[in-house]
Design a protein around this ligand. Structure first.
Ligand code: FCB
Length: 444
């Protein structure tokens, strides 16, 4: 497999999942602190209070990233470190941490890709209504402006919001993620719009303070009806719109899919869609799996399951590398010249990695997973889809949201009691793949 010489290899992680240090240097609470501390919400009863303690171990974590070669690191900033208190006053100490981190990346030849929001809304914002409130988009833009004012001269690339679809559905409809709400469709759609608006306003704030390119990161999953039943076919169409188009059409086409307009009610004000459709430099594609969709009775009329006939990861997700090719080609086909360059901004898998006697994990399944997905990406390049980069989720095993520490996604094993990091076989494989790809690489 060859890749363009300037292909942007990297890894992705997020603040709450790795940082720990939940009360260090004046950090405020986020919805994930509140949610994870509520008994019953997290599979193993844990929280992100300590996680990988990356807040203190970041130099060695950056060394591990640099050990992969010249790569990008997509990380997220915790809004509650930067604006810890009601009113949104800037905490200098909070930004100091990210400045050390960004400077540490630059010293090591790592390209900082700064994601502003990976689901950890400050609790004070939530207490004022959270994403149900339109004003939250303004609070977010103010936060974006503060981060950009300090780091805009050094960040290689901005990402505004991570996976609005999962944040909306898991956090606000199914109640499985923070803030743990179970809202009906009518209440959920304004949240979708406020997230989109926050993205649009943040793009403006970032552009005003920084020349670095800006991207939005969405998740995509091809959808198949679970059975031949007509009802399953019907809800598969709906699911496809929600997962694959709701957060992309407005950004690239300047309009919501017609099918969801009735649900949006009157929350879309004049001018909103112009803001949301501000030109982007790239679109991030998070891809994990394909979903089979089944019609159900109830407030949410559908349920997703892994399709039959594929191996599964330890999370139970179907391993379908070709779904990545389908996703990339599908985006190219649907949006045509409106589609900016694509980055696969997250892709990876959880397996029950058990270290051998030498402390090493021989995680062959992960290597096969990543290899298969890179072949799928290669196939999309071959038919002319403009994909510029690929970032593995994740460098480290970390706090996997409602699953706690039970799901390991890392190229590097973390022993949580000792905070020892041990690269797995997949880490070495990825490093060699990057080196080989650079050597063999084709000119674009
Ligand atoms: C994505 C999230 C990321 C991680 C992976 C496994 O949906 O963006 O934080 O949980 O899944």
């Amino acid at each position: 497999m060859t890749f363009p010489k300037d292909f942007d290899w990297g890894v992705s992680m997020s603040a709450y999942q790795i940082e720990g240090a939940h009360d260090a240097d004046g950090r405020g609470l986020s919805v994930w602190d509140t949610f994870s501390h509520r008994p019953g919400n997290i599979a193993d009863g844990t929280t992100g209070d300590t996680a990988c303690d990356h807040y203190h171990h970041w130099p060695r974590d950056l060394d591990l990233i640099a050990g992969l070669g010249s790569v990008s690191y997509r990380f997220s900033v915790s809004w509650s470190r930067v604006h810890p208190e009601p009113g949104g006053q800037l905490s200098t100490a909070g930004l100091d941490f990210y400045e050390r981190l960004v400077d540490g990346m630059l010293e090591r030849g790592i390209r900082p890709v700064l994601n502003l929001f990976h689901w950890d809304t400050p609790q004070w914002v939530q207490d004022a209504g959270g994403w149900r409130q339109r004003d939250t988009a303004d609070l977010f833009a103010a936060y974006a402006a503060d981060v950009a004012a300090r780091l805009g001269d050094r960040v290689a690339r901005w990402s505004t919001v991570n996976e609005m679809f999962e944040h909306l559905t898991l956090g606000h409809v199914l109640g499985e993620h923070a803030p743990g709400l179970k809202l009906g469709m009518d209440e959920a759609f304004p949240i979708a719009h406020h997230l989109m608006l926050a993205h649009g306003k943040a793009v403006g704030a970032l552009r005003a303070a920084s020349d670095a390119p800006v991207m939005l990161v969405n998740s995509y999953a091809p959808a198949r009806p679970a059975t031949d039943a007509e009802a399953d076919h019907a809800v598969t169409g709906l699911y496809d719109i929600l997962q694959n188009r709701l957060f992309t059409d407005p950004v690239l086409l300047g309009r919501y899919p017609a099918e969801v307009e009735p649900w949006l009610g009157d929350c879309v004000a004049d001018g909103d869609l112009d803001l949301i459709a501000a030109p982007l430099d790239a679109l991030g594609v998070n891809y994990y799996t394909v979903n089979a969709v089944h019609a159900t009775e109830g407030p949410v009329p559908l349920e997703v399951r892994p399709p039959e006939g594929h191996p599964r990861t330890a999370f139970g997700w179907a391993v379908v590398p070709d779904g990545l090719r389908e996703t990339l080609i599908g985006l190219h086909g649907r949006y045509g010249s409106a589609l900016p360059p694509l980055y696969v901004s997250e892709n990876g898998c959880a397996y029950d990695d058990v270290p051998g006697p030498d402390g090493r994990c021989d995680d062959r399944e992960r290597i096969a997973f990543l290899d298969g997905h890179l072949q799928a990406l290669r196939a999309a390049l071959d038919v002319g889809v403009d994909v510029r980069g690929y970032w593995v989720w994740s460098l480290l095993d970390n706090f996997e949201w409602a699953e706690g520490y039970t799901k390991r996604f890392g190229l590097v094993h973390v022993d949580y009691p000792t905070q020892r990091r041990t690269p797995k076989a997949s880490y070495d494989w990825y490093r060699e793949l990057i080196a080989g790809a650079r050597q063999l690489g084709e000119q674009r």
